[in-house]
Design a binder for this molecule. Structure first.
Ligand code: NCD
Length: 309
């Protein structure tokens, strides 16, 4: 039963609950008009203390396409956080206005605190360099839709694996599926944090860490590119030195499988050359669309509404 639950970490939902959300997203994709009024009378609040384009707007588009309403703020400066209000107090207030809340915050764990004080479901829209579970639902739905499966896959993650919260969440979620091999491509300084590696080791997931993209390319079914997370660096020189370590172009793709898919949570800075956009394997703009549909499904499930109501 997903009604009334919070989504803070990708493992808050079981495999079958994630399937349930993706199955409903598939149904919505097939006939979106059927769902156009299902959330009429419900309000989604988007509490975004950090910049966002896709996540906030796709939550808003999702709710509007379900016939519901949206309200919120898109920066800490425009909320009472600027006056020193705590997340707990803000959320207690918002939960008397809205039926469901999506929150993004620069501090790891802030949405978890919010969930402790909220009477309505809280959805983590990204907390610092920690987790980003709705991007993970987006990514899982993208892989499932294009590859037809979430098991028996070799998935490469490339770029900033240290601060990239979408990476942390997707690695955790993939570790729940059968026969997953992970290839983690990053410079030494931007390797996956130990706490994530410990979790995947506990699940006996096969993984390797390398620093060159070219040599592992032929083995991959999915390549997940990421940007270097400028805002999480302590000094600019390190960012400048590391930001262009990997730039995916058509030349590098020459030895990739014909049916490999290229994903990216976006925004892209420089890590995928524009020439790759027209390659059949590029899936990052499709991913954006799946993101909206999976959020429509998630909102319906957490509110406990369905078209048979
Ligand atoms: C990601 C994020 O905010 O973590 N963006 C997104 O939500 N699609 C990735 C990023 O900012 O690099």
């Amino acid at each position: 039963m997903l009604k009334g639950r919070h989504l803070i970490d990708p493992m808050d939902f079981s495999l079958s609950e994630k399937d349930e959300i993706m199955d409903l997203a598939d149904k919505i994709i097939m006939n979106p008009k059927l769902y156009a009024d299902v959330c009429k009378g419900y309000i989604l609040a988007t509490l975004f203390y950090e910049p966002s384009t896709r996540t906030r707007l796709s939550f808003e588009a999702a709710m509007l396409r379900l016939g519901g309403s949206v309200m919120g703020f898109s920066s800490a400066e425009s909320s009472s956080a600027a006056k020193g209000e705590s997340v707990a107090d803000t959320v207690k207030t918002i939960s008397s206005y809205a039926d469901i809340c999506a929150m993004r915050h620069p501090k790891e764990g802030a949405p978890k605190i919010a969930a402790m004080y909220s009477d309505v479901p809280i959805i983590n829209g990204g907390d610092g360099g920690h987790q980003h579970p709705t991007q993970t639902l987006t990514d899982l739905l993208t892989i499932r839709s294009i590859k037809g499966r979430l098991s028996n896959l070799t998935v490469g993650f490339c770029g900033d694996l240290k601060f990239g919260r979408t990476v942390h969440s997707l690695i955790k979620a993939l570790s729940g599926y059968e026969n997953i091999k992970l290839v983690l491509v990053s410079p030494e300084e931007l390797k996956v944090p130990d706490y994530i590696k410990e979790e995947i080791q506990l699940k006996n997931i096969d993984f390797v860490e390398v620093d060159k993209l070219e040599e592992i390319m032929p083995s991959l079914d999915v390549l997940y590119m990421t940007r270097v997370q400028k805002e999480r660096f302590f000094n600019e020189e390190d960012y400048i030195r590391l930001k262009d370590t990997y730039i995916l172009d058509l030349k590098k793709l020459e030895h990739a499988k014909d049916d490999m898919i290229i994903m990216h949570p976006l925004p892209r800075v420089n890590e995928i050359a524009m020439e790759v956009d027209k390659d059949n394997r590029a899936a990052y703009f499709k991913q954006v669309k799946y993101g909206m549909f999976v959020r429509m499904s998630l909102i319906m499930k957490l509110l406990g509404v369905s078209i048979n109501d």
